[in-house]
Design a binder for this molecule. Sequence first.
Ligand SMILES: [Zn+2]
Length: 64
Amino acid sequence: MPERLPQHKHCIACGRAVSPKDEYCSESCERERTDILAKKKKQLLMLYAVSVGVVVVAFILAMV
Ligand SMILES: [Zn+2]
């Protein structure tokens, strides 16, 4: 007979089972995850800044 697991979720970072009210199995997983998200956000922001910069430079060059 299949064993019934109690209500649980999986850690967003490593996939281990956690209680439904938790998103991470440990603090280090939470920190790891938020670190990655923060880095991705930074990268996206950088990319955005660079593309805006390129457009501005192209605009200036077109005006000259
Ligand atoms: Zn984890």
